[in-house]
Design a protein around this ligand. Structure first.
Ligand code: RI2
Length: 307
């Protein structure tokens, strides 16, 4: 269990972060645990696996990628220990492979929206959004990227490092400079932590005001997201929990103030009206078609819940 707890600590502290990366890390952790654990019986194995899955699930409350990945890995029905271990390893490896391929495909589909000579704005650090940008760049289109810092955790610094390595011309701005540069931007591309049944986007704090600003400036706003970022639970009426992280991420020492409380919501909600397109690995869809993606790709979840 130590190895699972170690992964949990890394996800909670954001040493491992990004909706896709936490999902694949959780899948790998369950796979490794299933191979290493020494249970007394199959029942004992099942209950230790469940405990590990529940512990991983609690690390970050917003990203649905985590629960979708864990459910996919834990979908096994074995008669003996050996087959249970094999099924979990197979599920986990399949999820990791699907996730890698999805990024490539999202890049191919999304990059068609980027014209030669475009200026693209991105927020936070999303592998899916970066796949769109890097595929456009690799196909020979000359592009410039404007990246936000993404306070308070400065994931934008990771983004500019990655763009720099790819040789893409990049400008870094503070989050509040988005409106000042929006008239120079041709396209905004962001990732997703959750997409709900009606196409609402939950993503890194600041995304909603960028979308609003893009809408006002008539700039296209697209989302790059693997289908496992869509939330089947929202069809059943469940609300998305927005993670509020500790105040120290925003202000190191709030104790010297008597009447001040620091709020640190990690994500915000962008209504589907401000989203032009969602690029998934199967196709690019208008946000209103999200329900269909959930039924097609995550139908197993619905079936189980509705039975
Ligand atoms: P990929 C991140 O969350 C950001 O909100 C980013 O847009 C999203 O995950 C998707 O990232 P955090 O872990 O899966 O930084 O596209 O809170 O890499």
């Amino acid at each position: 269990m130590n190895q699972v707890l170690d992964t949990c600590t890394k996800i909670r502290s954001m040493e491992i972060r990004g909706a896709g990366r936490i999902a694949t890390a959780a899948a790998a952790s369950l796979r490794d645990f299933s191979q290493a654990v020494q249970p007394k019986s199959l029942d004992d194995f099942n209950s230790q696996m469940k405990e590990a899955a529940d512990t991983l699930l609690k690390t970050r409350p917003t990203a649905v990628s985590l629960s979708n990945a864990i459910r996919m890995v834990m979908k096994y029905d074995a008669q003996d220990l050996d087959s249970a271990r094999k099924a979990i390893a197979l599920n986990a490896n399949r999820f990791i492979e699907i996730s890698e391929k999805a990024l490539e495909r999202i890049g191919q589909i999304g990059s068609r929206r980027i014209k030669d000579g475009s200026v693209v704005l991105t927020h936070c650090n999303s592998l899916a959004a970066l796949s769109v940008i890097s595929t456009a760049h690799k196909s020979g289109k000359k592009i410039k990227v404007i990246a936000t810092e993404s306070r308070p955790r400065y994931q934008g610094i990771t983004t500019i490092g990655m763009l720099d390595k790819m040789g893409i011309e990049t400008e870094l701005i503070v989050d509040s400079a988005v409106r000042s540069v929006m008239n120079e931007v041709d396209l905004v591309v962001v990732g997703a932590d959750v997409i709900t049944a009606n196409g609402t986007l939950v993503n890194k704090i600041g995304t909603a005001q960028i979308a609003l600003c893009a809408h006002e400036a008539r700039t296209s706003f697209i989302v790059a997201a693997e289908t496992y970022k869509f939330s089947p639970q929202t069809i059943l009426g469940e609300l998305v929990t927005i993670e509020e992280r500790e105040s120290a991420e925003v202000l190191a020492d709030v104790s010297r103030y008597s009447h001040v409380k620091v709020r640190n919501p990690a994500f915000d909600v962008t209504p589907h009206q401000y989203i032009d397109l969602i690029c998934t690995e199967v196709r690019a869809i208008p946000p209103e078609m999200s329900y269909q993606i959930i039924r097609e790709r995550l139908g197993w979840e619905m079936d189980k819940e509705c039975r």
